[in-house]
Design a protein around this ligand. Sequence first.
Ligand code: ATP
Ligand code: MG
Length: 332
Amino acid sequence: MLAQLFNADICRKCGDIFTNAIDVSGLTKSFGGFTAVNNVNMTVRKGEYMGLLGPNGAGKSTMLKVITGMLSPTSGSAFVNGVDCKDHRKAMETVGCVIETPECYPNFTPTEILSYVGKLRGITGPGLNARIREVLDEVRMWEWRDRPIGKFSKGMKQRITLAQALMPDPDILIFDEPTSGLDPRGLVEVREILKGLKRSDRSLLVSTHMLNEVSEVCDSVTIIRRGQVVLSDNVKDLLKRKAGNVTIDVTVRNSITQGFMDDLKNFVGISDAQRTDEHSFAATFSGNDDREGIVELVKQHRLGLFSLNQKGSDLETSYLSLTGEEDKDDIR
Ligand SMILES: Nc1ncnc2c1ncn2[C@@H]1O[C@H](COP(=O)(O)OP(=O)(O)OP(=O)(O)O)[C@@H](O)[C@H]1O
Ligand SMILES: [Mg+2]
């Protein structure tokens, strides 16, 4: 009761009351007659990395805007570190956020921008320079500290945007599609930075369209569609639970023989095996995902392995079925 009163949880082991990083309860946001976020409940625990996944227009940015106090909720509540987001200034004290795509002043250098942001957040004196060095190291931009931002690539600009959010050393990070619009290299770099920011006392809420981003970076996932939560789960458990139904597509250099297909169908753990063309087959595991065993079988039959790919991850399967056919185009 006490815990509910203060938007907190009770530790099952020690009985201590602790606040969650983010607590969203019955949150609804309407624009005129249109409801963009509809009665959403979501908790991000301290130290947890949560992915907010959903197709275009699902309500991700709207939710993050309410949590960060940029929009007020129509009904329901959002608490950050136990502070109601309506008390925007206090709630944001412990938060570093980047919502949608903010522009950087092109003539400024990273040092100048971060110095400005640092002063705004109350960091002064020798501590300011030390902090600038730390955050530029964290986003791997120290060597670019004195170059004008206007000359930077999109990925580099994004890293400077993240650096600004990191200046006050926040224990809660909220990023809205931080890899949006980046080329594959920029995307990998930003993801690596997000992973590098992980600390036991730091939480992340990151919105994305990308399933692999969630499975790479996050511990848990909340999938939203048309403003409503359709799934909320731990990423590892989700993958483990469904690990029994992995399908692999295999292509070999030589023609697939009937003898091989017979052996494949009798292979332990295989629930389905189909030849898709002369050089390809699909195999579904209902038990252990023993793909090394399949590679060995291909070798024994001298078929010459060309490629082996897992059909859509289980997270992907869940996502597709939960967000519906019409949203497939939104998935990158
Ligand atoms: N200020 C606004 N006024 C009216 N409608 C809005 C406003 N902001 C958002 N919406 C609508 O709310 C819905 C959710 O928008 P939102 O930007 O939150 O989606 P999103 O999940 O962030 O999408 P995307 O992946 O494209 O960024 C959309 O239908 C959008 O058109
Ligand atoms: Mg958005």
